[in-house]
Design a binder for this molecule. Structure first.
Ligand SMILES: NC(=O)c1ccc[n+]([C@@H]2O[C@H](COP(=O)([O-])OP(=O)(O)OC[C@H]3O[C@@H](n4cnc5c(N)ncnc54)[C@H](O)[C@@H]3O)[C@@H](O)[C@H]2O)c1
Length: 356
């Protein structure tokens, strides 16, 4: 059972907005809610082109003008405990969605400190703040990468995930463990969401579909890892936002155990389409949609711009979400297929980069 959380008239803190997922969530909240305050908190770091974050922030500020909901943007670092405490003390958020993190598997090879700072110290600061300024629900981003090289498919939240194959995955699994202890000790309702490869308009340029588009549009050749023998559960951004939006409104219920102490109001879900796509099919669809949108020429030589190479460290050959629990508890399974999702991305890419 879930405790119903009314989002209207509340203060909602979204960290990692205007990051990709955070910005889209805040846009949804500004469109949907009738009253309240939404706070975006982000360091605006330059892990990828900060102009994209400024662009998303401009969309948020535009949407805020037409919304009855107040929007506040705070630029700061989650690892700054004093600042995080100040934000909680001043705004007393009822619902916190922690999406700020150092993302990406490959970057963790050369920049491990960034993961410790944002994903461990930063997340710890959020937990401490939720302890001292109680919240109705803490929702936070975990990742499908916690499944590592899990052989059993689809990946279920009941699977044992103690074998991360990247530091990024290790920090995300640590977040789930830390959240469990805080849920138990301080009765903080928390829900972790394992997102499966999220893509869409104004997404992250470090991700394959986006960097491949950059390369192809300049006439370059893309590297296809593991010789294309990868299957990924790709999830379109609108499906992720729908999932997060629903989850925010249903917190794990508080209950007391036989020992008279709180049972941890704690849950973890997958959010992924549950329909893994072969990487080569995904790339073909991407190329077709880029041609259709006018990013690539009509007579584009697909085969001539692909190079099949081996596996990269930290990567996994398959991701496949078992979405049953999300469907059971929140009545939702992602539905948008790659044709529709990549078409939206290609249209956006054309308008953003090619028409400027
Ligand atoms: N996009 C995906 O495919 C995917 C998959 C699994 C999990 N996730 C997780 O979802 C969340 C959002 O991902 P995204 O794709 O929107 O990434 P993103 O990089 O676009 O957004 C994250 C934001 O967090 C901010 N940030 C990083 N460290 C910070 C810090 N210390 N203090 C304040 N802000 C900080 C960044 O500036 C960025 O804007 C992340 O936690 C990520 O690990 C994403």
């Amino acid at each position: 059972m879930k405790a119903k959380i009314e989002l209207n008239n509340k203060t909602i803190l979204v960290t990692g907005s205007p990051g990709f997922i955070g910005a889209n969530l805040v846009l949804r909240l500004l469109r949907e809610l009738k009253a309240g305050t939404v706070i975006s908190f982000d360091s605006m770091n330059d892990y990828y082109d900060p102009a994209l974050k400024q662009y998303r922030l401009a969309l948020i500020e535009e949407a805020a003008k037409a919304s009855p909901v107040e929007h506040v943007f705070i630029q700061g670092n989650l690892a700054d405990k004093t600042l995080v405490d100040e934000v909680f003390s001043q705004y007393r958020p009822s619902v916190v969605v922690n999406l700020a993190a150092q993302a990406g598997v490959r970057y963790s090879i050369d920049h491990p400190e960034a993961y410790i700072e944002s994903n461990l110290v930063g997340f710890f600061n959020i937990l401490e703040a939720c302890r001292h300024y109680p919240v109705e629900h803490l929702v936070y981003a975990s990742s499908s990468s916690v499944y590592g090289g899990n052989k059993k498919v689809p990946f279920s939240v009941d699977d044992k995930v103690d074998n991360p194959v990247s530091l990024y995955a290790a920090t995300k699994k640590s977040n789930e463990l830390l959240a469990h202890s805080y849920s138990k000790l301080y009765n903080i309702p928390s829900t972790g969401l394992r997102f499966f490869t999220v893509y869409g308009p104004a997404g992250r340029p470090d991700m394959f579909y986006f960097s491949a588009t950059n390369t192809l549009s300049k006439g370059g050749t893309i590297k296809i890892f593991n010789y294309g023998n990868c299957r990924r559960d790709f999830t379109f951004i609108d499906d992720i936002v729908e999932g997060v939006y629903r989850v925010m409104q249903g917190a794990p219920e508080k209950a007391t155990g036989e020992d008279g102490l709180p049972l941890p109001p704690y849950a973890v879900y997958n959010i992924g389409g549950g329909q893994p796509e072969n990487l080569l099919d995904y790339i073909s669809t991407l190329q077709e949609e880029l041609v259709r949108a006018g990013v690539l020429p009509e007579d584009y030589d697909f085969e001539g711009h692909r190079e099949l190479v081996g596996m990269q460290p930290g990567d996994v050959p398959v991701t496949f979400a078992d979405s049953e629990a999300l469907e059971r508890d929140y009545g939702f399974t992602p539905k948008i297929d790659i044709r529709e999702g990549l078409s939206a991305f290609a249209e956006w890419y054309k308008a953003y980069y090619c028409n400027q």
